[in-house]
Design a protein around this ligand. Structure first.
Ligand code: GRF
Length: 218
């Protein structure tokens, strides 16, 4: 089976990007990050990509606050297409994508979000979870649709909210799970095991012969 070609969009720290790069290189995920694109020229994610020898591109987002300009979106689509990506991963990308971009990569675009969706969509959600007083939070990998944090859910992981938690402690506890499930979701996608029925993602069983085969793991 061919390895999955990933394009990653990231605006900041890039720890999820790093987890994808590490999983790829350690051989636990049969996918390679082939291009990283950021709307922030100084993003740590671009530094991480360059360090790993991966094409790293800054695309100026334009004047809008939450969205990208049309030109920026066109540039991003072109870069991803030129890199022949199979799957686009949003990893802390802080811009809302237009329906045009979402449609272009329909069901080939996933996001990682640090809450158990549909609880706490949006920003600073670990703080919101603490303030709300939930006893469990976690993270979600979902396909991206035209809404914000609304697409069909691929995988979730729950973590407890503990007595005396600070926002930073909860962020770190959730992040550890993010790094694990993002690579897992990419692997399931690459194995062709995700099907979408309405808004429900079904995970097909592993095909016999896939597990542990040299071809698959190399
Ligand atoms: C993560 O918490 C992710 O779930 C959210 O943004 C954060 C990005 O962190 N979408 P990093 O840049 O991957 O370290």
């Amino acid at each position: 089976m061919a390895r999955t070609r990933l394009g990653v969009l990231a605006s900041g720290r890039g720890s999820n990007l790093q987890a994808l790069i590490d999983s790829s290189r350690e051989g636990s995920m049969d996918a390679d990050v082939v291009v990283v694109i950021s709307d922030v020229e100084t993003a740590q994610a671009l530094v991480r990509a360059r360090k790993a020898g991966i094409e790293a591109r800054f695309v100026g987002p334009g004047p809008k606050r939450a969205h990208l300009s049309e030109e920026a979106e066109s540039a991003i689509i072109d870069l991803l297409d030129e890199s022949k990506v199979d799957l686009v991963c949003l990893a802390g990308f802080m811009r809302i994508l237009s329906p045009r971009l979402v449609r272009h990569f329909r069901w080939r675009l996933i996001n990682i979000h640090p809450s158990l969706l549909p609880a706490f969509p949006g920003l600073r959600v670990q703080r919101k979870a603490l303030e709300y007083g939930v006893k469990f939070s976690g993270c979600t990998v979902h396909f991206v649709d035209e809404g914000v944090d609304t697409g069909p859910i691929v995988i979730q992981a729950a973590v407890p909210v503990l007595e005396g938690d600070t926002e930073e402690k909860l962020v770190q506890r959730i992040l550890k799970e993010e790094h694990r499930i993002y690579a897992e979701a990419v692997q399931l996608f690459g194995e062709g095991r995700l099907t979408i029925e309405g808004r429900v993602v079904r995970v097909l069983p592993e095909r016999s012969g896939d597990a542990g085969s040299d071809e698959h793991r190399s």
